[in-house]
Design a protein around this ligand. Structure first.
Ligand SMILES: Cc1cc2nc3c(=O)[nH]c(=O)nc-3n(C[C@H](O)[C@H](O)[C@H](O)COP(=O)(O)O)c2cc1C
Length: 185
């Protein structure tokens, strides 16, 4: 990864708003896996985004939208950590992606490399949500890696306090691939 700024940055979007979220824990593992010299942070702006409304999407959008788009634009790459809600990604994440996918031709998401992670309570490890996130991000103009990492039976898997080494290893491998991607177009 190269960047126009001093240090490359990775922005993490977590699709669950609750503080004790298993996806937040998975996202933290992604931050822990960033190599020396790469900065990363979890966006705190998702809860303040209004529901997408094309009539609000003007040259002066709501302040939260402007701040979120600036945050995405400034990042060299993204990580998305998604729960599975009724077989897909949650509305909060889809809403954030929708805002970042506009305006057409100058979208914050355009060409952005993205790694997708997902934790769910079921043994399927948020597979449908991860697949949908990859498809939605592709349609939105980002460059999601086809490979994703899922954490199955997440509450039980985290009961002992930490992620199992094999999952941590899969996350580290995916993040390694992400930061080797060329700079977003
Ligand atoms: C509205 C709702 C729908 C859900 N639907 C699914 C589902 O389709 N598949 C699944 O595996 N888990 C489903 N779950 C369980 C979530 O995967 C589980 O609560 C998960 O831990 C949430 O992620 P978090 O810990 O990051 O908040 C659902 C939970 C809620 C609240």
């Amino acid at each position: 990864m190269t960047t126009a700024t001093d240090r490359p940055t990775v922005l993490v979007l977590v699709g669950s708003l609750r503080p004790d979220s298993t996806n937040r824990r998975l996202a933290q593992a992604a931050l822990d896996a960033l190599p020396e010299g790469v900065d990363g942070e979890i966006s705190t702006l998702l809860p303040s985004l209004p529901h997408y409304d094309q009539d609000l999407d003007t040259d002066s959008p709501p302040e939260a939208v402007r701040a979120f788009r600036d945050q995405v634009t400034a990042a060299d790459a993204l990580v998305v950590a998604t729960p599975e809600f009724n077989g897909s990604l949650p509305g909060v994440l889809k809403n954030a992606i929708d805002w970042a996918s506009r305006p057409r031709g100058a979208a914050a998401l355009a060409g952005k490399p993205v790694a997708v992670l997902g934790a769910s309570a079921s043994p399927k490890a948020a597979q449908w949500a991860r697949e949908d996130a990859v498809r939605v991000l592709q349609v939105a103009g980002a460059r999601p890696l086809e490979q994703t990492v899922g954490l199955a039976s997440a509450p039980a898997a985290l009961e002992s306090g930490d992620l199992a080494d094999d999952v941590r290893g899969q996350v580290a491998e995916l993040i390694g691939r992400l930061v080797r991607e060329p700079l977003a177009a």
